[in-house]
Ligand binder design. Structure first.
Ligand code: ADP
Ligand code: MG
Length: 345
């Protein structure tokens, strides 16, 4: 029957996700923008298996090339729908009780907000991860206010919501608040993290046991290094805070990817706030956003090195499950179940 097939499909999706490990890093390259004259890209090659090669514009030949490997690399031509379809199983696993954290990391202007939210006033086609995830969750479940027992964040607020529209309203309020006290929205967003957290509560109809999980959608502050000679006072303090929280996040993800016994959550407020959703059974996805322009070469390299370190060497290695099945086999089963569902529809 249809619902059994769906449940089985979800279960297999979760198994596939589990085999992939709990940390994944997806790299996304921003296209050149309309009206932009200079179109030479520092990204030389994008492979199918998450490889990419970056070329130093001031060095010739092999010497200037550096390759990286992540779980996935999205070319500038990738669409919002393509990106979301890859992470949809992760979002849906929130309904199975998993805590999930999705980050966008990168320098200002690299497409973090585009990936997470989409352009201002986007049509459905251009919606980012946030809207698509919320839509999905509301389609399947009904969310409401829950008691918040995480770390107290003085500036954080929690509201009951009844549908995607409620959350969109809240997000707009949040974005307005984020822009407060600064002349430009982009300036503000480059200097603050934006976190949307959705708490999901449910009850297993059969066993009666309750579950509580959460989805964090995080548009991080710009990762660019601030020139110390140009900023002083509060601005410098702010820049140091951002650097500290981003490197603390990198350290936590690295420690998790390495399966270290000690995870250094306490080194920043950001990692403390997200602690319950980083590590353990929680699933983490980081979008590494790149600006392909030649002028961004050194920021691009430092972004990639950050991501490479955070993800660790073993990242994404296919582990065999106890009963010996591997990812490919499970993927094939998922595909055939999808087929079955399509035929039933
Ligand atoms: P960030 O949030 O990292 O500062 P933005 O998401 O604001 O960067 O992106 C900078 C500019 O590039 C915006 O005008 C945005 O619309 C555009 N942009 C980013 N990524 C894409 C993409 N994949 N496709 C089309 N335009 C993009
Ligand atoms: Mg932004």
């Amino acid at each position: 029957n249809y619902s059994v097939v769906l449940a089985e499909n979800r279960k297999l999706h979760n198994e596939v996700q589990e085999l992939k490990g709990n940390i994944r890093v997806y790299c996304r390259i921003r296209p050149f923008l309309r009206g932009q004259k200079e179109k030479q890209s520092v990204i030389e090659y994008i492979g199918e298996n998450g490889e990419l090669i970056v070329v130093n514009p001031s060095k010739q030949g092999k010497e200037g090339c550096r390759s990286f490997k992540f779980n996935t690399v999205y070319s500038p031509a990738s669409t919002q729908a393509q990106v979301y379809s890859d992470i949809q199983p992760l979002v849906q696993s929130v309904l199975d009780g998993y805590n999930v954290c999705i980050f966008a990391y990168g320098q200002t202007g690299s497409g973090k907000t585009h990936t997470m939210t989409g352009p201002d006033g986007a049509s459905e086609e251009d919606w980012g991860v946030n809207y698509r995830a919320l839509n999905d969750l509301f389609k399947i479940s009904q969310m409401r206010e829950s008691t918040f027992n995480g770390l107290a964040v003085p500036e954080a607020s929690m509201f009951p919501v009844n549908g995607t529209a409620d959350v969109l309203d809240l997000m707009h309020t949040g974005l307005r608040n984020r822009a407060k006290g600064s002349t430009s929205m982009n300036e503000r967003s480059s200097r603050s993290h934006s976190i949307v957290t959705i708490h999901v509560q449910g009850k297993d109809i059969k066993s009666g046991s309750s579950m509580h999980s959460s989805l964090h959608l995080v548009d991080l502050a710009g990762s660019e290094r601030v020139d110390r000679s140009e900023v002083t006072g509060d601005r410098l303090k702010e820049a140091q805070h951002i650097n500290k929280s981003l490197s603390a996040l990198g350290d936590v993800i690295y420690a998790l990817a390495q399966k270290n016994a000690h995870i250094p959550y306490r080194n920043s407020k950001l990692t403390q706030v997200l602690q319950a959703s980083l590590g353990g059974q929680a699933k983490t996805l980081m979008f590494v956003q790149l600006n392909p322009e030649v002028t961004s070469y050194s920021e691009t390299m430092s972004t990639l090195k950050f991501a490479e370190r955070a993800s660790g060497v073993e990242l994404g290695a296919a582990r065999s499950s106890k009963d010996g099945r591997d990812i490919r086999e499970l993927m094939e089963q998922v595909a055939s179940l999808k087929d079955t569902i399509a035929k039933k529809n």
